[in-house]
Write a protein that binds this ligand. Structure first.
Ligand code: SAM
Length: 280
């Protein structure tokens, strides 16, 4: 990463949302007592010329904690995978400027980051590829990225903050494609509930801080997890991944309880899901 002249970043629509995530993740990592360590995200924000505060509003400690807990949930899945497959391949679909590689690197993992060309141009400038880490400019909906994956030592596909921006049929096809091509592998993704998706479909949703998200056409309720099995016969397990307990009334008490209460659990704005695929 070049710490000289800030790199101007100009993205729009869904690619711009990666900056919202980065902004809040880095804010969480900057807190003196942060349980969440992500110095790369802090350095990234400091090296980018982009009107973060004008676009997304003042940083919100609440949203930042939510963002940190979400990525910690994904990190735990990646670490579990690496415990079983230390030389395995992580394919990060729609990775944006995620810095997960640096949070979980075991010195052996192989990493393939797949994103749209405009995002990849920014990522490559700011986070140059390394010996075990490659960036590919390719839509997750284009099956071409599959040919780039080394399947010899285990595969985990991650889709953090991506599937909600796709259409339902595209999500189904993507899940099926992963199950078909990565037997013995797994896919971890997050989903917004249907009410949340519905609120965004007419021009997006505006946050209290004044940022309007792009529409999120795909939503799935926590009570619908079993529907994921219908995407492909090779899917053997589908389960929600618990979010670590956070601080304060909401993240420390309400959110962990809400996960266990049918009906109420669908009110949560996001959940993380792990789908495993049968070996061939
Ligand atoms: C909300 S951001 C998430 C970024 C990152 N995963 C994170 O959690 O910080 C959405 C990301 O999806 C990417 N994206 C959108 N459509 C895509 C597609 N069809 N294929 C691959 N990436 C896509 C965007 O460029 C952006 O990086």
């Amino acid at each position: 990463m070049d710490h000289g002249t800030p790199r101007t970043v100009s993205l729009s629509a869904v690619p711009e949302t990666l900056l919202w995530n980065l902004y809040h993740r880095s804010f969480a990592a900057r807190q003196p007592s942060a349980a969440f360590e992500d110095p790369r995200s802090v350095a990234l924000v400091d090296s980018i010329d982009y009107p973060f505060e004008e676009t997304f509003g003042p940083p919100s400690p609440f949203l930042a904690q939510g963002q940190a807990l979400r990525v910690l949930t994904f990190d735990a899945v990646v670490r579990d995978f690496l415990a079983e497959h230390p030389d395995g391949t992580v394919v990060a679909l729609g990775e944006g400027l995620e810095t997960q590689f640096w949070r979980v690197d075991n010195g052996r993992v192989h990493w393939l980051s797949v994103d749209l060309p405009e995002t990849v141009a920014v990522r490559r400038d700011l986070l140059a590829d390394g010996e075990r880490r490659r960036t590919l400019a390719c839509s997750a909906l284009d099956p071409a990225w599959i040919e780039e994956v080394d399947t010899s030592r285990g595969v985990l596909v991650t889709a953090q903050g991506l599937l909600m921006y796709l259409r339902p049929a595209e999500v189904r096809e993507l899940i099926a494609r992963c199950a078909e091509h990565f037997p013995g592998g797994a896919l971890v993704f997050d989903a917004v509930p249907r009410w949340f998706s519905a609120r965004t479909t007419h021009g997006g949703m505006t946050t209290v801080q004044g940022y309007t998200t792009p529409p999120m056409p795909w939503g799935m309720n926590a009570g619908e997890l079993s529907k994921v099995f219908t995407a492909h016969p090779g899917i053997t397990e589908v389960r929600e991944v618990p979010v670590p307990r956070g601080d304060g009334l909401f993240f420390g008490t309400v959110a962990p309880l809400a996960r266990r209460v049918p009906g109420v659990r669908n009110l949560r704005p996001t959940m993380t899901v792990l789908a495993r695929f049968a070996p061939r």
